[in-house]
Write a protein that binds this ligand. Structure first.
Ligand SMILES: [Ca+2]
Ligand SMILES: [Ca+2]
Ligand SMILES: [Ca+2]
Length: 232
């Protein structure tokens, strides 16, 4: 009942009192980091790839844009040079450093890795979840769904993750295939228990097929494909 009531204001006889209902207590972000791969090729910084973390409700709870690795809303190519294509007149252009090393990338970004911060919260008794962060509950971890959008295209489901600890930091490779089809899954299907994929299954396909990250490509993984199919 109290979910997302927000700020309320009550006026009585000319006097106004107000209070705010704080739904969920903010906790430090969980951080996922690592390479992102599209068709087995690692995305480079300043690439047109977006990573989004969502609750099962669809609510966004974090994002990382390879074209804006420091998350300041200014495309990194513009931060490095106002003369780059499409950067003329952009606020904040030409303000970043690229000296150590001088490699065409912002100095304060982690190489070619993504760093996806996921909002978390705790909900003691009587506090309803806000619906805008993942609730930390070690005895019943909540699912976070990770999506990837390439070159302005639609978001594609990458995998589910469980986040159950405060300030959890996790290194994980995120991999999608543009045209991952049932036939690809079939040739990578290893059955339960983590058997090695056959020679017909390239490693990047196997990574993409193992949606629940338990080292195999079985019917549980196929269920993820079915449940998250997005028509193109
Ligand atoms: Ca930036
Ligand atoms: Ca640099
Ligand atoms: Ca699996």
């Amino acid at each position: 009942m109290l979910r997302r009531i927000g700020a309320m204001t009550v006026g009585v006889g000319g006097m106004i009192s107000s209070w705010a209902w704080a739904a969920g207590i903010p906790e430090p972000d969980a951080v996922l980091y690592g390479p992102a791969l599209v068709n087995g090729v690692a995305v480079q910084q300043q690439g047109s790839v977006l990573l989004v973390a969502r609750l099962p409700s669809g609510q966004e709870i974090g994002r990382f844009d390879f074209a804006d690795c420091n998350g300041d809303g200014v495309r990194d190519t513009c931060e490095l040079s106002c003369t780059a294509s499409g950067c003329l007149g952009v606020a904040g252009c030409g303000t970043a450093r690229d000296t150590s090393p001088a490699d065409g990338l912002l100095d304060d970004c982690p190489g070619h890795l993504y760093a996806l911060k996921v909002r978390t919260e705790s909900t003691p008794d009587g506090i309803e979840p806000s619906g805008t962060a993942v609730v930390l509950n070690p005895s019943s971890p909540e699912i976070v769904r990770i999506f990837m959008a390439v070159a302005g295209g639609p978001e594609k489901f990458v995998r589910n993750l469980l986040i159950d600890q405060r300030a959890k930091i996790r290194n994980i490779a995120l991999s999608i295939l543009d045209r991952f089809a049932y036939g690809d899954f079939q040739r990578c299907q290893s059955g339960p228990g983590g058997a090695s994929p056959g020679a017909a299954c390239p490693p990047e396909f196997f990574t993409a097929a193992d949606y629940d990250e338990d080292g195999d490509a079985d019917l549980h993984d196929y269920a993820f494909i079915q449940n998250n199919f997005v028509p193109q």
